[in-house]
Write a protein that binds this ligand. Structure first.
Ligand code: MD3
Ligand code: FE
Length: 214
């Protein structure tokens, strides 16, 4: 079995339900160079803490690249072509990352996934993401592909109702996850990030989510 075959075999052992799959180490090559791949993005569209519609400051710092970026403010959640902070279009998605997202989706049979948005989440120690659904995308038939980089995190994977029981799934540097089909609207979140040191990122975790916004 080739290397990719082995990764897929491990992935098959970690199903989260129909059409959600962890691909352990699938994105290792890209994760190892992620800070340099994102340097240009962060210069053009700096990480910032967005406000929730309720007026709370999110503990995760965010930015975007691609044709569309996900934003939150007092008016709600939505995708925008321009960064509200600079008025400029979001920086382009690095081709290497777009290609990675396509390959991860195809590995679990979402052929022809064309992401037009990439949300960048930055977690310092203690940062968490409360349970939520991702439902601001036009085509909920398209999957979401996530890539983890840096410190490990505990991903919280619930059900289709907020009160459903939550499974805790560890995510490590280089892991990719593809969410789609019946799992696309599950409630999910991230437990407070444990402190630590990582060779690539230092004291933080970076998570990318590739989406089809329109
Ligand atoms: C399951 N990010 O950005 S990625 C998010 O680690 C988000 O930063 C988390 O949830 C993070 O919205 C988790 C995994 C993920 C992303 C999208 C999903 C899981 C998903 C969409 C539907 C179901
Ligand atoms: Fe989410």
């Amino acid at each position: 079995m080739n290397e990719q075959g082995q990764l897929l075999a491990r992935a098959a052992l970690e199903p989260l339900g129909e059409a959600a799959a962890v691909l352990p180490a699938f994105a290792l090559a890209e994760a190892d160079v992620l800070p340099s791949l994102l340097q240009h993005v962060w210069r053009e569209a700096p990480l910032r803490h967005m406000l929730t519609p309720g007026g709370a400051c999110m503990s995760v710092a965010m930015s975007n690249c691609g044709e569309f970026g996900w934003i939150s403010d007092r008016r709600g959640y939505r995708y925008e072509r321009c960064d509200p902070q600079t008025g400029q279009p979001w920086p382009p998605m690095p081709p290497q990352l777009r290609e990675l997202a396509r390959r991860a989706a195809a590995a679990v049979e979402f052929v022809s996934f064309e992401p037009d948005a990439c949300l960048i989440n930055y977690y310092a120690p203690g940062t968490r993401l409360t349970l939520h659904q991702d439902r601001d995308e036009q085509d909920l038939g398209a999957p979401v592909v996530s890539v983890s980089c840096g410190l490990p995190a505990t991903f919280l994977f619930g059900g289709l109702a907020r009160r459903d029981p939550v499974r805790r799934v560890p995510l490590f540097h280089g892991d990719a996850v593809v969410w789609g089909g019946a799992q696309r609207l599950v409630f999910h979140g991230v437990a407070p990030l444990a402190d630590g040191q990582h060779a690539i990122t230092g004291r933080c975790r970076i998570n990318l989510t590739f989406r089809r916004a329109r």
